[in-house]
Design a protein around this ligand. Structure first.
Ligand SMILES: Cc1cc2nc3c(=O)[nH]c(=O)nc-3n(C[C@H](O)[C@H](O)[C@H](O)COP(=O)(O)O)c2cc1C
Length: 449
C-alpha cells in the first residue's frame, strides 16, 4: 500500500511565530496591516505547494500581546478574500467564532470566500470566550462548557444547512421558460433553536467544492466530540507522540461512532520548525532569535502558566520545580489549559530545565523542532506513520523568509520520499485534502421534522 501524502497548512502570523521575528524585519510598524506582506506570505506558501494557509483569530478587540509583537489586526475573511486574488491553488482557512454573532453572517461570509477563491475556503470554528471576547460582544458571564458546545452545535448546524440551501441545480437560468431560479429546488432552513433562529435560504449558491471545508480547534472532551461530528479537520496542540496517538485514536473512533469514515477527519497538530543546513546552524539561528526576547516578561508569562512566583524561575539553569507546579492550580484562562498541559508533558519527557521550557514557544503553544529539513521531515513522517497525525499546521519562525526554507529545502525531501505532491493536481481545498464528501447528517431540527 502506498503511504499517504502528508497534509500541510501554514499558520499565517503577521511577522512569524517566533516572538522576536518582528525585531528582525524592516517596516515592523506596518506588518499587521500590510497587504503586500501578506501577499508575499501567501505566494511563498503556494510555492511550497501546501494545502492551505491558516488565519487564526480571536473574537473581540485589541489583545494585550499587541504591546510586545505585531498582532492579528485584519478581519481574516477580508484578508483571505484579498489573498485569493493573488493565488490560484492554496486553500484559505478563516477562523471565526461559533459563539458570538449570528450563523447567517458566517455562512454568507465563508460561502462568498469559497466563490471568490473558486472553491478554496475553509472555516476554522473556535469556541473561545475569554474576557476580551465577552466584553467586545457585551456578554456578561459567558456560557458553561456544556452550553458553550450546545450553542456551537446550533451555530454550525445552521451554517452548514444554509450552505446547502441553494443547490447549484436550483439555478436553471432558462431564458425560454423565463425561469432563473427554481424555488422547488431550494432547501431553506427553518429553525427556532434555543440559542439561534433562522429562516430562509442563503443568498449565496452552493459552493464550488460542495461545501466549504470545516476545521475546528480545541482539546477538551466536548471539543473532541464536537469536532469528530462536524469538522473535516482538527487543528490540535499535542507536543508528545504518545499524547498525539491517544488524541488521534480517540477522535477517529468518535468519528466512526458518529457514522463517518474516520479517514475523512484529518488530525493536524501545530508544529514550529526552526531550520538550518546543519543541526548546529539551526540551533544558532534559534539562539539568535531567542537572544532578542524580553526574558523578564517571558518569565512572568511562564510563571502565570505555572501559577508560580516569577522569582521561583529566576535561575534559568535550575531544574523545573515539578512538585510545586503539580500542586498549583493554573491561573490562566481555560482556553490556555491545554497549552499548559502540553508544554509540561514535553518538558517532563525531555527533562528540560527552566531555560529550555522558557524558550520552547510558551506563548504560541506548539511543539518546536530545531534542526535540518531532513530531520524535520523524518520527525513529521514518524508522527504520521505512528498514527499521531495526518499532517501539521506549520508555524514559521520568521515570515516570509522561513517559508522559503520550507519550499526550497523541506518540501523536496518529502517529495523524494513520495509523501508530498509534486504539483497541485486538484482545484479545491477539499480536493487537496482528499476529502471526498461533505460530512455530517441532518441537523437536529431536520431529524425531528
Ligand atoms: C490548536 C488550537 C488552536 C486554537 N486556535 C484558536 C484561535 O485561533 N482563536 C481562538 O480564539 N481560540 C483558539 N483556540 C481555542 C479553542 O477554540 C477553545 O476555545 C479552547 O480550546 C477551549 O475549549 P476546550 O476546552 O473545549 O478545548 C484554539 C485551541 C487549540 C487547541
Amino acid at each position: 500500500m502506498t503511504q499517504p501524502f502528508i497534509r500541510l497548512g501554514v499558520n499565517v502570523l503577521a511577522s512569524g511565530r517566533h516572538d522576536a521575528a518582528w525585531k528582525t524585519l524592516p517596516d515592523a510598524a506596518s506588518l499587521s496591516t500590510d497587504i503586500d506582506h501578506f501577499v508575499a506570505i501567501a505566494k511563498a506558501a503556494e510555492r511550497a505547494l501546501v494545502d492551505a494557509i491558516f488565519l487564526a483569530d480571536g473574537p473581540g478587540g485589541l489583545v494585550s500581546e499587541s504591546y510586545v509583537r505585531p498582532w492579528r489586526a485584519l478581519d481574516p475573511a477580508i484578508l483571505v478574500a484579498a489573498l485569493s486574488q493573488h493565488t490560484q491553488h492554496v486553500g484559505l482557512v478563516v477562523t471565526t467564532t461559533s459563539l458570538f454573532g449570528h450563523p447567517h453572517t458566517v455562512a454568507r461570509q465563508i460561502a462568498s470566500i469559497d466563490h471568490v477563491s473558486r472553491g478554496r475556503a475553509a472555516w476554522n470554528i473556535i469556541t473561545s470566550q475569554n474576557p476580551p471576547a465577552l466584553g467586545a460582544f457585551g456578554v456578561e458571564n459567558g456560557w458553561n462548557q456544556e452550553e458553550r458546545y450546545a450553542r456551537a452545535q446550533e451555530f454550525v448546524e445552521i451554517v452548514t444547512a444554509l450552505w446547502d440551501s441553494v443547490p447549484a441545480e436550483a439555478i436553471e437560468a432558462d431564458a425560454e421558460r423565463h425561469v432563473y431560479l427554481n424555488p422547488q429546488r431550494l432547501r431553506p432552513v427553518d429553525v427556532q433553536g434555543r440559542h439561534f433562529s433562522a429562516r430562509g435560504a442563503l443568498s449565496v449558491p452552493q459552493s464550488p467544492q460542495g461545501r466549504p471545508v470545516i476545521f475546528q480547534a480545541g482539546q477538551s472532551a466536548d471539543s473532541k466530540a464536537f469536532g469528530a461530528r462536524f469538522a473535516d479537520a482538527l487543528f490540535t496542540g499535542q507536543r508528545v507522540l504518545a499524547g498525539g496517538q491517544a488524541f488521534y485514536a480517540e477522535t477517529k473512533r468518535l468519528a466512526a461512532a458518529a457514522g463517518r469514515d474516520p479517514s475523512q477527519l484529518l488530525i493536524m497538530p501545530g508544529l514550529f520548525p526552526i531550520l538550518g543546513s546543519t543541526d548546529e546552524e539551526a540551533q544558532r539561528h534559534k539562539r539568535a532569535l531567542d537572544d532578542r526576547l524580553d526574558t523578564a516578561s517571558l518569565r512572568e508569562e511562564l510563571a502565570r502558566h505555572l501559577a508560580l512566583d516569577p522569582e521561583a524561575l529566576a535561575d534559568l539553569d535550575a531544574p523545573l520545580p515539578h512538585a510545586r507546579i503539580d500542586a498549583n492550580e493554573p491561573l490562566v484562562p481555560i482556553a490556555s489549559r491545554w497549552h499548559r498541559q502540553e508544554m509540561l508533558k514535553e518538558a517532563r519527557a525531555h527533562g528540560w530545565n527552566i531555560r529550555e521550557l522558557l524558550f520552547s514557544n510558551i506563548t504560541g503553544g506548539h511543539r518546536v523542532y530545531t534542526g535540518t529539513p531532513e530531520g524535520f521531515a523524518q520527525n513529521m513522517l514518524s508522527w504520521v506513520d505512528a498514527r499521531a497525525a495526518d499532517g501539521f499546521n506549520l508555524n514559521i519562525d520568521v515570515q516570509p523568509a522561513g517559508l522559503d526554507l520550507i519550499a526550497d529545502h523541506l518540501i523536496p525531501v518529502l517529495q523524494r520520499a513520495g509523501r508530498f505532491r509534486q504539483a497541485y493536481d486538484t482545484h479545491t481545498l477539499r480536493g487537496h485534502l482528499g476529502l471526498v464528501q461533505p460530512h455530517a447528517g441532518p441537523a437536529a431540527w431536520q431529524r425531528a421534522g
